[in-house]
Design a binder for this molecule. Sequence first.
Ligand SMILES: NC(=O)c1ccc[n+]([C@@H]2O[C@H](COP(=O)([O-])OP(=O)(O)OC[C@H]3O[C@@H](n4cnc5c(N)ncnc54)[C@H](O)[C@@H]3O)[C@@H](O)[C@H]2O)c1
Length: 316
Amino acid sequence: MKHILVTGGSGFVGSHLCDKLLEKGYLVTAVDNLVTGRLSNIDQAMKSSSFRFLNWDVSKPIPEDRIEFLQNHGLHGLFHFACPASPVDFDRLPIEILLVDSFGTHYAVEMAQKYGARLMLASTSEIYGDPEVHPQKETYWGNVNTLGPRACYDETKRFAEAYVSTAVRLKGLNAGIVRIFNTYGPRMRPDDGRVVTELLLQAVAGKPMTLHGGGNQTRSFCYVSDLVEGIVRLFESGEKNPVNIGNPSERSIKEFAELVLKITGSKSPLKIEAPRPDDPRRRCPDISRAKEILKWEPKVDLETGLRATLADLTSR
Ligand SMILES: NC(=O)c1ccc[n+]([C@@H]2O[C@H](COP(=O)([O-])OP(=O)(O)OC[C@H]3O[C@@H](n4cnc5c(N)ncnc54)[C@H](O)[C@@H]3O)[C@@H](O)[C@H]2O)c1
């Protein structure tokens, strides 16, 4: 059996990834220090004899003697997904983000090389910053403020891409870079400050729904099962150039809020607030490469995905 290590494996995306990899017959080790993840996210995975969990900060070298599957199965893949990733984390955990995207990426590359594993780096649409090109293709270099409150995240993801692509070029590392666009679904943290959870919870509570910056800024929301399918396809494809994975169905935050009102049956008023600093005005992936190379495109429509997300948020 082939063994895959997932850093950030008890987070929102990482835990769904672990479930998918187990379903495909891999042995999986999740390494996570629970800074933003939750053990309840891996309840299902923990029931599998093919799954192990290690509580560890991956900004430090991973103690290999504590990874049980390494000895007999080596390492086939290493998914580096550990990183606090929501707007509230940029304020709360900036140094932790800087460390895990720099030192964490360095140690992930070293370990992948040592075992001949394929490394998958979780990058982000944030590397495009507030984009001047629309929709965003992988060839676009981005428009990022290196000094703003989001820089700890945007710039270190850019650094991580630079580190990984250099190791591919100079050291022959086998690696893929996935540029993830806004993703939503079950297991999101209710207090993560992301627009999906914030508006759903405000609507359910009958509170005013906050539209930062007027709500005319756009986002493209991808359901988490579509995202992990794309990531696993990218892993198995062997592709080394970055690939956008996201849903190109773009809508304004105001339209999104209206859909939330419809789904929840809420009568909450919309409340306009000041824009968040450096918040991108538009965000939409060009997924031509994913379609061509991975034969992938998203399947879950926003209304279906939001109903599942709402059911999960309100059941916790
Ligand atoms: N969710 C999205 O819309 C989105 C968009 C773009 C990119 N991403 C990327 O996907 C990855 C997962 O994001 P998410 O949304 O699931 O966030 P998350 O916060 O739910 O998951 C991150 C996980 O990493 C763990 N972690 C953080 N620092 C760590 C460290 N030093 N050592 C060990 N574990 C650590 C956290 O405890 C958590 O379980 C991140 O790399 C993020 O940048 C996510």
